[in-house]
Structures are given as C-alpha cells and as structure tokens.
Design a protein around this ligand. Structure first.
Ligand code: AMP
Length: 640
C-alpha cells in the first residue's frame, strides 16, 4: 500500500495521482487529507505556496462532492486570476476519473456572460476571485446558498489585496453549516478575524515553522553602490546562464525600465505590471511558462499567484517596502522540493533590512560578491562546453557532413574545439575587456558584529579555486556540495569555501596546502558511477572567503581593477544563443537558447515584443482592478 492509499483516498483519485506522478504525499497533504476525509470540519492550515496544498484540499473535496447532484456544492476563493485558473486546472486533473464533476473558474477580465453560462450548465465546484464572485452574486448569476464546502486559498494574500469586504460578504451569503477550510502562509490579524467570525472550532495544522521561509530556498545578498544596481543584475544573470527568474522591482515604472534595459542588452526579459492589459499579461505569462523569457521583471502585485515550477532564482532588484512581502517573493522559487535561490541586491543604507528579514524567515543570508569578469567568462565557457557535450545530434545534418568535412579538413581536434568555442566566445571576451569591474561593497562591521564574518587575515587572494564537474544537476546546492567535499577530502569546517554551484559544474576554494589532496582524492572518486573531474580554475573566485557567512570584508576592493576582471557584455542578441551567449541582432537564433519561436525567421531585437510597452496615458493612477481584471478594494496603499 503506498502512502496515498493509506490516507483513505478513492480508487479514481489514486489512479489520477499515479498519472500525475506524485509518489508520496507532501506534509500538508499527509496532515490535512485524513482529517478532512474523516469528518466535516472547519480547518485552518498554515502552509506556504508550493507545499502541495491545492491537492491537500482538492483530493478530499473531490471525494466528498456528489457528482450526481448538479448544484454548486463547493466554492474555492483565491486571490488572482492566475491562481484561479491553476487551481481549476489541478482540480480537473485530479478528478479526471471521477465521472460528472464539473469545475468552473470565474475571475475578472473575462466575459461574465460566458462564465454565468458555464455555471448554469452545472458546476459542483466554483473556483473564483473574490471581486468577480461578489459581482456575480450581486447580479444573481450564481447561487451559493447550497454549498457544503468553502475554501479560502492564500487567505493572507486575498486580504492583503483588499478583498476583506468581498470575502465577508460572500461568506455571509453562504450557509452557516458548511465546512470552511482556510489555507494561508501567514496568520495576520485579519486572517485570524475571518477565522474567528466564520469558522467553528477549526482544526489547526501547520506545515513547517510558522511564517518561516521554505527550507529549499537559500538566501543571498550582494552589497553594491546604488548606481551599480543594474550592472549587478546583469552580471548575476551572466554568472547563471540557466537562470529562470522573477526579478522584483518596487514600482511599475522601474519594472518597465529594467525590463526594457535588459531587452536592449540582449537578455530574454519581459515586464509584468498593472499597466499592461490583460491580453498583454497573458502573453507575457505564456512566454514565461514556455521559458522563452528567462527574466520576468515584475511588481509584487502583478506577480501574485505566479505559480511556475522550476524558477531557479528570485531576484530582489529592490527590497519591498514591507519586509513581510519578501517571503511571498522568495516563495516563487524552491517549489515542490526543488532548490531555489533568493537574491537581494542591496545598498548600504538598506542593509539593516537584511537582518529584519532574517528574523522573519528564520534563515541566514549569505553575503556574496558580484562575480568578476573573469569568473563570469569561465562560467560561460564551461557552460558552453557542457551544452555542446549534451546537445543531441539531429541526423538531418549527416547529409551535409561531407561538405563540412571538406571545409574543416586539416584541423586537429584541438584546433577544432578552440575554433568552435571561439565562435561564441570571442565577442564575449571583447565585451568584458572594455568594461570596468563593478565595485562590490562590504557589509563590514555591521555583519561582523553579528559573528557572520571572519577576521581580515582571511581576506587573501592566495586561495586556490577549483572547477569540478558536478553541480545542481547532481542534486547539490552549495551547502550540500561543501559538506560532500569536506567529507570526501576529510577537511575541516572552514577548509572548503566559496562554493558556487552551477547546473553541470561547480567551483570551490581551498587554501593552497590542500591542493595536492584535492587533486589526488577527488580525481579518483566516483559519484553514482561517474568519474569526478577536478581542475584548478584560472579565476580566484574573488579571493574572499565570503561564502557561508564568512565575509572577508571587501577583499580586492582596494586593489586596482584587474584588466580581465571586468566585463558586462552587451548582448545585442536575438535572445537566442547557446546558454546565454546571444547572437547578433540579425543572425539566426541558435540552438539551446531561450527563443520565442524555434521555427520562425530570426526577429529583430529578440524578445522586445514580449515586453509590451505601456500604452499611452501611463501617468494616470491606474485602478488596482487593472492588475487583475478583478475589482478588489485596496486596504493598504501599496507602491505598485
Ligand atoms: P501547490 O502548493 O498546490 O501550488 O503545489 C505545488 C506543486 O507541487 C504543483 O506543481 C503540484 O502539482 C506539485 N505537487 C503537489 N503535490 C505533490 C506530491 N505529492 N508530489 C509531487 N508533487 C506534488
């Protein structure tokens, strides 16, 4: 009997779960499902997004619905249209072997008549945003007087967005005897008030620590001068060729400006904010989901409800006004057990906010330095080599091989490799040579006081940096790789530092006295049948022991910028290119990049089209409803 069977789920649900490939219930599922199946009860569940809570309420709900009765029996309220559609989709997937269950999504920005028609056909489960739901109740288009179940999903988000009155009104229209299941990541007063007013002795379950960040997300900050903020963002993207990220800005204007600059510089980026029309937002989200956009630049409000799996990084280009919002931002990554990184680009004046956030998320930030030009160059080069190695050959090219062989005749393997890599790389090197290194700041005494840093004598450039052919693809993050290296090499706690994990490879530092051991031991070790290969890297990783909270306090900052250590390639690309190398504007998109459409002719300006500019009159104060196509009433003014 598998673990799902033990929860008491029906055959048809178990079959759907098998199709979905869920092997084991998540913590919230394990806790909530048996309780909800056993009896009709109210429940308050504290769980972050990405913990599997849709199934935690979805499975028992489907099992309890009477498929032979066409009346509306359950209402699920969720904060945004995006989320509403996702839940609807999930419920449809879960109930695919359950005959006769109808789920309808209702949300603003779409035809109310059509939605009313769908409901009239018989919808046992309605998934709705509160604004549109209230609207439909007022117009008599929906009847929830018979519902047995009401689910408030992401209750804190809904209240944050000003839906309090709508929720109260909706709940007041529904029968007292129903069961209410409330899911929320946090428990602010307003949520507690709703629970108190509308729920009867709710069972409480908590997943993970209250208000804590997800254990699968690691948090990093980069201290920079305010003028270098954008440059820092670009370098972070360059140092992570596989980045698939949401970049948060505070205002719509900044969001648009950063996205436009990124696109101009050849990155595959797009803006998402409330001044865009619904159709524009849909287009952006479609491209993001399809991974044609690597960097989605968004406001907090517009990014609510983004539920895209496998986001590798959340970038806080600017910290939010309210630090609680940080939790919501970082929760976009590290979902469904995957590892993710939340990056903060911070200036000295904002540094104290980092400590406040650490208290809220109950996790420490790691202070890091913006990678130098030479480090980025090495990462990109190795990424390219990996990409070449992993590329599957389409045998269509076999026909052309004789001709190609003719052209390349006489070149040795070595020469051929060098030339192939140089095709992509020469331009890149040329770019970075021209540009200055950006000035990394150090949090200095502020962080050292908290015992996070080491004394300055560690602040040396004498460390040896290594490249090793294992990375996140082998399920390592910097912490687990550091542990693995320490154990394998039998080294002490602080002997391995500056561990940087990329997809197919990683870097780390040791002091020179360990070099022989590292080379000898690691080059003779196998990981799951694969030989580990370690080499000494040309770059020194910034020379600082700044990983793992061991900041050296600004090493190298006083020294003259190294010639090779400074670049910010201007990617005049189509958004294509192998793993972050963008091709020239007029060249064809290359294999492996993030392109909008593989089959079409190359387009000017790459992803320009995926970042719709704001239409005329953008100075006017936009109505909040424009962000969602719904009509929440804002309770707290936000800078969006
Ligand atoms: P949620 O918290 O409901 O938004 O779920 C986050 C993601 O986890 C979704 O993509 C779900 O499909 C996935 N998921 C939910 N339950 C499980 C499970 N038991 N095993 C694996 N993935 C799951």
């Amino acid at each position: 009997m598998n673990k799902f069977e033990q929860l008491g789920l029906s055959e048809s649900l178990l079959k759907a779960i098998l199709d979905l490939g869920f092997e084991n219930p998540t913590e919230v599922q394990e806790k909530a499902i048996p309780l909800l199946l056993e009896k009709d009860t109210d429940m308050v569940a504290l769980a972050q997004t990405g913990t599997g809570k849709t199934a935690a309420f979805g499975f028992p709900l489907i099992q309890k619905i009477d498929a032979n009765n066409r009346n509306t029996q359950a209402l699920i309220l969720s904060p945004t249209r995006e989320l509403c559609l996702q839940i609807t989709n999930e419920i449809k997937n879960y109930s695919k072997y359950e005959k006769g269950i109808n789920v309808v999504a209702i949300y603003g920005g779409a035809s109310i008549t059509e939605q009313a028609r769908d409901i009239k056909r018989g919808a046992q489960i309605i998934v709705a945003t509160p604004g549109r739901m209230q609207d439909m109740i007022n117009r008599g288009l929906v009847n929830i007087s018979q519902i047995n179940y009401c689910i408030l999903d992401e209750a804190d988000e809904m209240l944050n967005m000003g839906f309090y009155e709508d929720i109260v009104n909706i709940l007041s229209t529904s029968p007292d005897e129903k069961s209410t299941w409330l899911f929320s990541a946090t428990m602010p007063q307003e949520v507690a008030r709703i629970a108190k007013q509308f729920m009867h002795e709710p069972l409480e379950i908590t997943v993970g620590a209250k208000n804590s960040g997800s254990a699968t997300v690691s948090h990093e900050f980069y201290l920079v001068n305010a003028r270098d903020r954008y440059e820092a963002l670009k370098r972070l993207a360059d140092a992570n060729p596989d980045i698939f990220s949401v970049v948060f800005c505070r205002t719509k204007r900044d969001t648009q400006a950063v996205a436009e600059k990124l696109i101009e510089d050849g990155y595959s980026a797009a803006a998402l904010h409330g001044d865009l029309s619904q159709a524009q937002r849909d287009g952006v989200m479609k491209s993001f989901r399809g991974r044609q956009i690597q960097m989605l630049v968004a406001t907090d409000v517009a990014a609510r409800g983004i539920d895209v799996d496998n986001i590798t990084h959340v970038v806080n280009y600017q910290l939010p006004d309210e630090i609680e919002t940080y939790n919501h931002r970082s929760g976009r990554t590290g979902r469904a057990g995957k590892l993710g990184t939340s990056i903060v680009i911070v200036t000295k004046s904002e540094l104290r906010k980092i400590s406040s956030i650490e208290r809220i998320i109950k996790q420490k930030f790691e202070e890091k330095t913006i990678p130098s030009g030479i480090e980025i160059c090495e990462i990109q080069l190795l990424h390219l080599a990996n990409k070449i190695k992993d590329t599957e050959v389409d045998h269509e090219i076999d026909n052309y091989l004789p001709a190609i062989n003719n052209v390349l005749e006489g070149l040795s393997k070595e020469e051929l490799i060098k030339k192939m890599v140089s095709v992509e790389f020469n331009r890149f090197i040329a770019y970075y040579k021209k540009n200055r290194d950006i000035s990394n700041q150090s949090s200095g005494s502020e962080r050292r006081e908290r015992g996070d840093s080491e004394p300055r004598e560690f602040n040396n450039n004498g460390a040896v940096r290594y490249f090793v052919n294992i990375g996140s693809r082998d399920n390592f993050d910097w912490m687990s790789l550091k542990d693995y290296l320490k154990e394998t090499l039998d080294l002490g706690r602080d002997d391995v530092f500056k561990v940087d994990v990329k997809e197919g490879f990683s870097f780390f530092n040791t002091d020179p006295e360990h070099t022989d051991k590292v080379m000898e031991v690691l080059n003779n070790v196998q990981l799951e049948g694969r030989r580990i290969n370690v080499e000494i890297s040309k770059n020194d990783g910034g020379g600082r022991r700044d990983h793992n909270g061991r900041s050296g306090g600004g090493a190298g900052r006083s020294s003259a910028p190294r010639r090779e250590g400074s670049f910010a390639p201007r990617r005049e690309g189509s958004g294509g290119g192998v793993g972050g190398f963008r091709s020239d504007r007029n060249s064809a998109p290359r294999e492996g990049g993030f392109r909008s459409d593989r089959n079409s002719a190359p387009r000017e300006g790459g992803f320009r089209s995926s970042t719709p500019r704001t239409e005329g009159g953008s100075d006017r104060a936009p109505r909040r409803s424009e962000s969602f196509g719904d009509s929440p009433r804002p309770r707290r003014p936000r800078r969006d």
